[in-house]
Design a protein around this ligand. Structure first.
Ligand code: NZQ
Ligand code: ZN
Length: 392
């Protein structure tokens, strides 16, 4: 195991009705004037926004609202949010929504105290400070409620890029699994896929002897394999929703990834799809992640066998371990299909003729990237091709 620091200071406020305490936690973490940031319609329609506002009123905390965050959140609304927060002397940002809303809130939080262009933080610079952020999570997916990351798309050129800083880890995150019951099945499945991908990006490692994090990864993955079909079949299943919601957070606070090298190439390769086609991040991952696995599994066949056996219940074929590794990847793709995810470019709405553009935007040039297996631009093109033509 490699040396590591683990810093996860977010207070998670989990369970039924807990959104009614949002105001209490804003106050606890020093908010005296709040920007409530939210998405399209879902938080308004469900009455969640009214309940959150009532909780702020109860604590006597004033607020202004900024809605309209799109999935794959854009820089244009972030600029608007920064201006609004400065004009209104906001000192706390409360995100009510999913990963897109939370990421947009984090971007505004970094931008307000910064004299330069907030996009600097999405071009390699780390933010030293940010306004405090709290969240009321409405979808189990991105893990942004417990992460120090934010992903924003620059409208000019549709560049999707990430920023990381301990300063944007939420002070608190309210997590009521009931709030996720209004999700359409497709969004539930996209979220489940993202959660599993966050674990896989950590699971496939060259670091030896990491039994504890291997087993934690497998626990999260096996939970997702069991619980996702249950909520697709019965959206109001509280216990299954609760297990998935906590799995989503555990998958991305890095508790399952410390002390081991990681490989985030599937995420990078996917981000170009959601940037170009504005598809859901999880749907893009459903197409890319198994294709990446098919491309790299020979690098460590036994690790893929471990996944196949422990996560998907495949039988180990000791005479032909490669067949077990391949069976595990097939089982993953079958699982994704069964929960309603696309498995190839056609089902996603992507075009094989765009592969050169996707590779160009990935921006590797003559370089290489990756933790488990280093990839060149040619390799990335090959993975897009496998994804384009994938079958069950
Ligand atoms: O805008 P509204 O009307 O709220 O609708 C949203 C949106 O259309 C809807 N939704 C959310 N909660 C709902 C609901 N509909 C009904 N009932 C509810 N309870 O779901 C749609 C998707 O929401 P979004 O926030 O986009 O989903 P998600 O949480 O998957 O976030 C995706 C974004 O997070 C980024 C992705 O790249 C993508 O931009 N990621 C962020 C990460 C991070 N910050 O750590 C890591 C991830 O790997 C990921 O890249
Ligand atoms: Zn993700």
């Amino acid at each position: 195991m490699e040396n590591f620091n683990f810093y996860s200071p977010t207070e998670f406020v989990f369970g039924k009705g807990r959104e009614n305490e949002a105001g209490t936690y804003v106050k606890k973490y020093g908010g005296t004037k709040v920007l409530i940031h939210y998405g399209g319609q879902s938080a308004k329609k469900s009455g969640l926004l009214d309940r959150v506002i009532a909780s702020l009123d109860k604590e006597g905390v004033p607020y202004v609202e900024l809605g309209g965050v799109q999935p794959n959140p854009r820089d244009t609304l972030v600029y608007k949010g920064i201006d609004l927060a400065r004009t209104e002397n906001i000192d706390f940002i409360l995100a009510v929504g999913g990963g897109s809303v939370i990421d947009s809130a984090k971007a505004i939080a970094m931008g307000v105290p910064y004299e330069g262009d907030f996009w600097d933080f999405y071009s390699g610079k780390s933010a030293a400070k940010a306004l405090p952020v709290g969240t009321v999570l409405t979808i189990a997916a991105a893990g942004s409620e417990g992460s120090g990351d934010s992903v924003i798309t620059k409208e000019d050129g549709m560049l999707k890029r990430g920023a990381s800083s301990p300063a944007i880890r939420p002070r608190f995150s309210v997590m009521n699994p009931e709030l996720t019951m209004t999700l359409p099945p497709y969004q539930t499945a996209c979220g489940a896929t993202d959660i599993m991908a966050h674990v896989f990006e950590r699971y496939f490692t060259n670091t030896k002897e990491v039994e504890i994090t291997d087993r934690l990864c497998e626990a999260v993955l096996a939970t997702m394999v069991r619980e996702t079909p249950r909520v697709i079949a019965d959206p109001a299943n509280y216990e299954a929703r609760a297990n998935i919601m906590w799995a989503g957070t555990v998958a991305h606070t890095n508790v399952v990834g410390v002390g081991r090298d990681q490989d985030w190439n599937s995420h990078g390769i996917e981000h170009e799809l959601s940037a170009l086609y504005d598809c859901a991040h999880g749907a893009g991952l459903a197409v890319i992640m198994p294709a990446w696995m098919e491309f790299v599994y020979k690098h460590d066949v036994m690790r893929f066998c471990q996944m196949a056996v422990r996560v998907f219940g495949c039988n180990m074929n000791y005479d032909d371990p490669e067949s077990t590794a391949v069976a595990g990847i097939k089982a993953f793709r079958r699982f994704l299909h069964d929960i309603g995810m696309p498995v190839n470019f056609t089902e996603l709405g992507a075009k094989v003729e765009d592969i050169p553009v996707l590779v160009e935007k990935f921006g590797l040039g003559d370089g290489q990237t990756g933790g488990f297996v280093k990839l060149s631009s040619t390799d990335v093109a090959e993975i897009y091709k496998i994804a384009a033509n994938a079958k069950l």
